[in-house]
Write a protein that binds this ligand. Structure first.
Ligand code: UTP
Length: 306
């Protein structure tokens, strides 16, 4: 069980306690797997993708987990609830290790909230749907299909940066320059303290025009002012209400810092990103990483010999 931390109301104002997980997207890049199963529930090794991302938020000290869901996403809510019959059966069979595993992954009572986006109008609209649950305090957003694999959880570093600076924050990672047309890219200037202040964000820049090779990786720490902006936001690229457009408006009045994540980032919303994430997470597992490696090496050797 997560420890039930309860902050004193007077400390609420600036500390990041709440995280929003927009899980209302249709996952069309992963059909047919996502026809009946939310892409967030597909397993990376033995845990649903969404569990990996909730674990990252938990490791960063998040106390309240807000899921913006849509139709056909009910299994996500079930995953973060007690499965009474399963627990009962495991207990009757003395499967205590499995019971402990399930209990460890479960948020405490009252630590989750679920709201529905009703229509997939874009990431910005999904975040706006969480406004009543977040209230008037800075908060985190984690895109659940983006897995960040590294020694330090990505969001933890961002929250530490926010504690020092009170600035908005966007996570980025270095991609090969020739791949920048596939990403949201930031334009940032170095500050005296070594941090990078963002002055622009460009969605999928044309080849040769990217201001840097730093791609937005799907973790944000945002001021609640973003909700007012999102509430007025017109549709942007793809006919959707875009979070990046609202952040660019907020950038006119508030500071944004880049948090450079130096681990690996996997887009599990794509088939190849999902497969690569499975390999990377399997190799990193202490109990069977070396076995996974030897199986992969055997597969590769067989294909080289044919
Ligand atoms: P994506 O564009 O990666 O997700 O959105 P998608 O729409 O599910 O994917 P495809 O393109 O159809 O395969 C980034 C994040 O924003 C959420 C998605 O669930 C994903 O976590 N999202 C997107 C929403 O919650 N609502 C939306 O209307 C759009």
């Amino acid at each position: 069980m997560f420890p039930l931390q309860t902050s004193k109301p007077e400390t609420y104002s600036m500390r990041i306690r709440k995280a929003v997980f927009p899980v209302a997207g249709l996952g069309t890049r992963f059909l047919p797997a996502t026809k009946a199963i939310p892409k967030e529930m597909l397993p990376v090794v033995d845990r649903p993708v969404i569990q990996h991302v909730v674990d990252e938020a938990r490791a960063a000290g998040i106390e309240h987990f807000i899921f913006v869901t849509g139709r056909n996403k009910g299994t996500i809510e079930d995953h973060f609830d007690i499965a009474f019959e399963l627990d009962h059966t495991l207990a009757s069979r003395n499967r205590h290790a499995d019971l402990a595993l399930l209990a460890d992954d479960l948020p405490g009572a009252g630590q989750t909230s679920f709201t529905r986006q009703q229509a997939p109008l874009g990431l910005g609209h999904a975040v706006w749907c969480a406004r009543e649950l977040v209230g008037d305090e800075p908060f985190a957003v984690l895109l659940p299909d983006m897995l960040h694999h590294g020694i330090e959880p990505c969001l933890k570093g961002m929250i530490e940066q926010h504690a020092k600076t009170r600035a908005n924050s966007v996570s980025v990672y270095a991609v090969p320059m020739e791949q920048t047309p596939s990403y949201g890219i930031i334009d940032a200037v170095p500050l005296a303290d070594g941090s990078q202040q963002i002055r622009n964000m460009v969605e999928k820049p044309a080849a040769g025009t990217a201001p840097s090779n730093l791609a937005i990786s799907g973790r944000y720490v945002l001021s609640p002012k973003i909700f007012d902006i999102l509430g007025r936001q017109q549709k942007g690229a793809g006919g959707e209400i875009q979070l990046t457009d609202a952040m660019l408006t907020l950038l006119e009045t508030e500071k944004f810092l880049a948090h450079i994540f130096d681990g690996e980032v996997f887009d599990t919303g794509t088939k190849i990103g999902f497969l690569t994430a499975n390999v990377a997470y399997a190799l990193a597992r202490p109990e069977f990483g070396s076995l996974a490696r030897s199986e992969i090496e055997k597969l590769l050797a067989r294909r080289q010999n044919t």
